[in-house]
Write a protein that binds this ligand. Structure first.
Ligand code: HEM
Length: 117
């Protein structure tokens, strides 16, 4: 059961970054493309939802404390990624900074998830 949550968690990670890639590329091309915006927004949005559900599923199953420092880091990153989807759509000129910035956030989330500190 725990492994299912893990696979869903990782699928969520893939979807968030795939979706962000689409949204950032759309902004950098400097062309409105409604299909790409819808695809990127839906993929990253569903990915964030999967991360949240599977993440709390694992916390409950493993019996972690909900307020451990590494989990608070993850909550903050999750909130930041959600807010940054809007930034990707509204501020296309920030695309390159977002590109590298969300990568750093993803790596910090991975470190906190794997090492749990
Ligand atoms: C509310 C948000 C989140 C919660 C509650 C959460 C919870 C967890 C938990 C409990 C683990 C440990 C899994 C294990 O030891 O088996 C984990 C691992 C991990 N998380 Fe999250 N997470 C959240 C958000 C994120 C985000 C936003 C990302 C990436 C952008 C992320 C990426 C990872 C990765 C890469 C791992 C390690 C792989 C794994 O063991 O599944 N998580 N997370």
């Amino acid at each position: 059961m725990m492994l299912v949550y893990k696979v869903i968690h990782l699928a969520g990670v893939m979807m968030v970054f795939l979706g962000f890639g689409g949204l950032i590329v759309r902004g950098l091309l400097d062309q409105d493309n409604k299909k790409l915006r819808a695809l990127g927004s839906a993929t990253s949005g569903i990915g964030l939802l999967l991360l949240l559900v599977s993440g709390f599923g694992m916390v409950a199953r493993y019996g972690f404390s909900y307020v451990d420092a590494w989990l608070i880091v993850k909550y903050a990153i999750w909130l930041a990624l959600g807010a940054l989807t809007t930034v990707a759509n509204k501020k296309p000129e920030l695309g390159v900074r977002l590109w590298w910035g969300i990568l750093v956030l993803g790596i910090v989330a991975a470190i906190s998830g794997v090492y749990k500190y």
